[in-house]
Write a protein that binds this ligand. Structure first.
Ligand code: MGD
Ligand code: MGD
Ligand code: SF4
Ligand code: MO
Length: 766
């Protein structure tokens, strides 16, 4: 059944008499929840939203943010409805409403002049995660590819990519996670900074159900987050000290004989022989990795050894050379041996008895599900954090076992968003240029590696979500002949644009596909209401440029066809197996993966050795061959700036998208800085006082909330507030993106959003 606007109509569960149609679509702001929804529409307005039916009713969920989005943000007075060209200085927020034609002429005149002078690569695009469907999300990269421009990659800018890099280095894949709906069979869940109660609304009840059936849930989080509040046990490490905590647990499981040695020698590279001289793995003449076979009392290729030694050192003769060797495990132990629970506790602050007891519990309970959220990887050593927890899981033999595993995230969401070689993204094989987004300001400011003279930003609240706005305005913007922003609302970054183009929300867009990150369903997004004003979707906005450049025949693809083709031609066979007809009919389809979904069940790893690489030979020159706890980015500044600041994700806001909505303001009215009572007392700060938080890069002024929810030395507040919410400054101004040589070698440096130090003082009232 099809409605007048082309959306699929499903039988509503409880149709209110006023609705003139009901459209099944997907709530998909940047929340990753992807709740299927029935939008009840009357006179082209959404008057009611309810969860749509789902093959697994456990995913029939909805939250206040979703309702606020449909009812308040869609037709918000701040919505941009027409193309705008600035009529004052950049940043003055004075605009002239223009037609789409005039906006395109303005843009193309400048882009073509830049292209003539410097080549098309000097026109650049950057986009973020405001829209989580594949067509919308990949459109900026596609655009750069079609015209031969530059794409500033988004992965590092999201602050989410250290997790993938840690996983890639150790397991050879970026994503691996069990299906959350299968948590019921686990006996123990160790959640390391995965704040599911706030960040996983649609799935947290699976955890609660499992707890009722006897699952023990232990939460590791510096804050008393709502997940910590729901947990059976809470460990509170200092921010950025997870590696020390994990090493403390590793020490316990190794020294108490709780590791699965048979698993470790068979499936990890821990028994590999490593040269003492340079940290390189010892190989035979065929390039096979060598282990010490206790049966043969000789070095033997890893696959052929009968009884590989996990510990020990030997001198091996090879091609006339005497080589001192040690197993990767023994070499690592030289570093790890110091990490007794007492030593780990002196760094991470978790009591040694608790480190030991949780380690024992994790190693001896089956199945034990280890979950590592994005929080702990938002530090300069974020990839190492993931590696540390993965090492604990691997030593305990927990990889590839149902309901156990080392889980970061998985599911079709990332596969749909990051498939850079797909025909949709590189139409007719066209490929442009790419630079790391985290180095965008430096690249534009310096003209290196080549001049970038125009920037087009989409689906990115660069003002609130990135630490770069101040530097961008000061150092990069003056070098740009053109700055375009496609947006729904006038953000703190859009005000600096030369041209602002009105973009639709997901309720006004037709035909796109969204995947989830915790389960294996994909859903179809259909139009519920017509576009607000003259707004267009990103694909059509870029299409207007391509049409004028005579590239429309490459750009334009029928939307339904593009969804069908993207799935059926996807590089990942799991996505190719999705039944598009079922998806079209029901609005939701399962990616046909096995149940229980268990990454690495075959114990195959796409690493150089084909094993879990606990030892990272590739980083020997960067002092990261052996897992070690390195200091945080600004530890040296502790004397001047004694506080960490965690700008966490709040239940009632998805990044910056909800903090401006009245319905949300009722439950989350203003930013409040959480500070521990002892810290507050020392600074003469009382609850409700106005305080100034600052470091050398910036400051902001906010009210204090004296709270036991944060430990001494840590400040916390929800993220996603706009400049308008602060009397002065903005929290993002305090941040930075220190370069990580290891991450750069794997892919690109991640935005370590919480790895900086600051101070707080009472603001003198005038
Ligand atoms: N309500 C809501 N839900 C969301 C979003 C949103 O904006 N709002 N955004 C979505 C997006 S894009 C993402 S990436 C996910 C992220 O969801 P999660 O994986 O849950 O990650 P975060 O919320 O960033 O951080 C989780 C927790 O890590 C804790 N933490 C901070 N530092 C450390 C540390 O050093 N060690 C440990 N162990 N924990 C630490 C924080 O206090 C926080 O409670 O959420 C998604 N869901
Ligand atoms: N301080 C701090 N900073 C953070 C984080 C944190 O925890 N603390 N979290 C980080 C994380 S995990 C993430 S993922 C990022 C999120 O960073 P962003 O993706 O920038 O966050 P949003 O607030 O969702 O902003 C998205 C913008 O896109 C617009 N938009 C929505 N749909 C569309 C569309 O279809 N087209 C266009 N052109 N625009 C659209 C919205 O109006 C909104 O302004 O922030 C990161 N930054
Ligand atoms: S959890 Fe996320 S996807 Fe679901 S209704 Fe809330 S905002 Fe929308
Ligand atoms: Mo994110």
């Amino acid at each position: 059944m099809t409605n007048t606007s082309g959306g699929t109509v499903r039988k509503p569960k409880s149709p209110p008499p006023e609705a003139d149609r009901v459209v099944r679509t997907v709530c998909s702001p940047n929340c990753m929840g992807t709740c299927g929804v029935n939008a009840h529409v009357r006179n082209d307005r959404i008057i009611k939203l309810e969860p749509a039916s789902f093959p697994d009713p456990g995913f029939e969920r909805i939250c206040l943010r979703g309702i606020a989005m449909a009812t308040e943000r869609l037709h918000h007075p701040d919505r941009i409805s027409h193309p705008l060209i600035r009529a004052g200085e950049r940043g003055a927020n004075v605009w002239r409403q223009v037609s789409w034609d005039e906006a395109y002429d303005y843009i193309l005149n400048r882009q073509q002049a830049i292209a003539e002078r410097h080549g098309w690569r000097s026109n650049a695009w950057v986009s973020m995660t405001g829209n989580y469907a594949f067509r919308a999300s990949t459109s900026a990269r596609r655009m750069a590819n079609v015209v031969g421009g530059t794409y500033f990659s988004k992965l590092g800018l999201t602050a989410d990519s250290a997790a993938y890099m840690g996983m890639r280095a150790i397991f050879g894949v970026d994503y691996a996670s069990n299906d959350i709906s299968e948590v019921g069979q686990a006996k123990f869940l160790l959640s390391v900074g995965k704040n599911v109660v706030d960040t996983g609304h649609s799935e947290m009840h699976f955890l609660f159900d499992a707890m009722e059936r006897g699952l023990k849930f232990t939460m590791v989080d510096p804050r008393f987050s709502r997940s910590a509040a729901k947990a059976d046990e809470w460990l509170a490490p200092h921010p950025g000290t997870d590696v020390a905590l994990a090493l403390g647990m590793i020490h316990v499981v190794v020294s108490e004989g709780l590791i699965d040695e048979a698993y470790v020698v068979t499936h990890t590279n821990a028994p590999f022989l490593v040269r003492e001289a340079d940290g390189a793995c010892l190989r035979d003449e065929n390039g096979e990795y060598l282990v010490w076979d206790l049966a043969a009392a000789a070095p033997v290729p890893a696959g052929a050894a009968i009884s590989p030694a996990l510990r020990g050192s030997w001198t091996v003769s090879q091609r006339g050379e005497e080589i001192d060797c040690v197993t990767a495990f023994s070499l690592s132990w030289r570093e790890w041996e110091a990490f007794t629970p007492q030593h780990a506790a002196s760094i991470c602050g978790v009591p040694p008895e608790q480190i030991a007891s949780v380690a024992r519990e994790y190693a001896t309970t089956e199945p034990a599900w280890l979950w590592v959220g994005y929080g702990p990887q938002r530090y300069a050593q974020g990839h190492t954090v993931v590696r540390a927890w993965a090492t604990l899981a691997s030593l305990c033999g927990n990889i590839g076992k149902p309901h156990a595993g080392m889980n970061t995230n998985d599911g079709p969401l990332m596969l749909l968003l990051f498939s850079p070689t797909a025909e949709w993204v590189t139409p007719q094989g066209r490929v442009g240029h790419s630079l790391p987004g985290t180095r965008m300001v430096e690249a534009i400011a310096s003209g290196e590696p080549y001049p970038v003279k125009s920037l087009w930003m989409s689906a990115y609240n660069f003002g609130t979500q990135s630490p770069l706005l101040k530097r961008f305005v000061r150092e990069a913007l003056p070098n740009l002949d053109l700055f375009v922003v496609s947006e729904q609302v006038m953000t703190d970054a859009a005000v600096y644009a030369d041209v602002v183009l009105p973009c639709v929300s997901y309720y006004e867009d037709d035909w796109d596909v969204v995947g989830n990150i915790e389960n294996w369903y994909v859903q179809l997004r259909r139009r519920a209401v017509p576009p607000v004003g003259e707004s267009r979707n990103d694909v059509d906005i870029f299409g207007g440029v391509c049409d004028r450049l005579q590239l429309g025949h490459i750009w334009n693809v029928d939307p339904e066809q593009s969804c069908r083709d993207y799935l059926s031609n996807h590089t990942d066979p799991r996505i190719r197996a999705v039944d598009f007809e079922a998806l079209k009919r029901d609005g939701v389809a399962r990616v046909p993966v096995d149940r229980p979904y268990t990454p690495f069940r075959d114990q195959k790893f796409a690493t150089p050795s084909g094993r879990i690489e606990l030892y990272q030979e590739q980083f020997a020159d960067l002092d990261e061959a052996v897992l070690k706890a390195k200091p945080q980015a600004e530890s040296g500044q502790r004397d001047r700036f004694p506080f960490h600041l965690i700008t966490y994700k709040h239940t009632h806001s998805t990044h910056s998208q909800h903090t401006i909505l009245p319905m949300i303001a009722e439950v989350l009215p203003e930013p409040r800085l959480e500070i521990a009572p002892t810290d507050a007392a020392r600074r003469n700060i009382a609850d409700g006082d106005v305080v100034r938080v600052f470091n050398d890069r910036g400051h902001f002024v906010v009210k204090a909330n004296v709270s036991n929810g944060v430990p001494p030395g840590t400040l916390a507040m929800p993220q996603g507030w706009w400049k308008r919410h602060f009397a002065s400054g903005h929290p993002s101004d305090l941040g930075h993106i220190p370069e990580s040589p290891v991450q750069t070698r794997i892919a690109e440096t991640n935005y370590s959003v919480w790895d900086f130090m600051c101070d707080v003082e009472k603001e003198e009232q005038p």
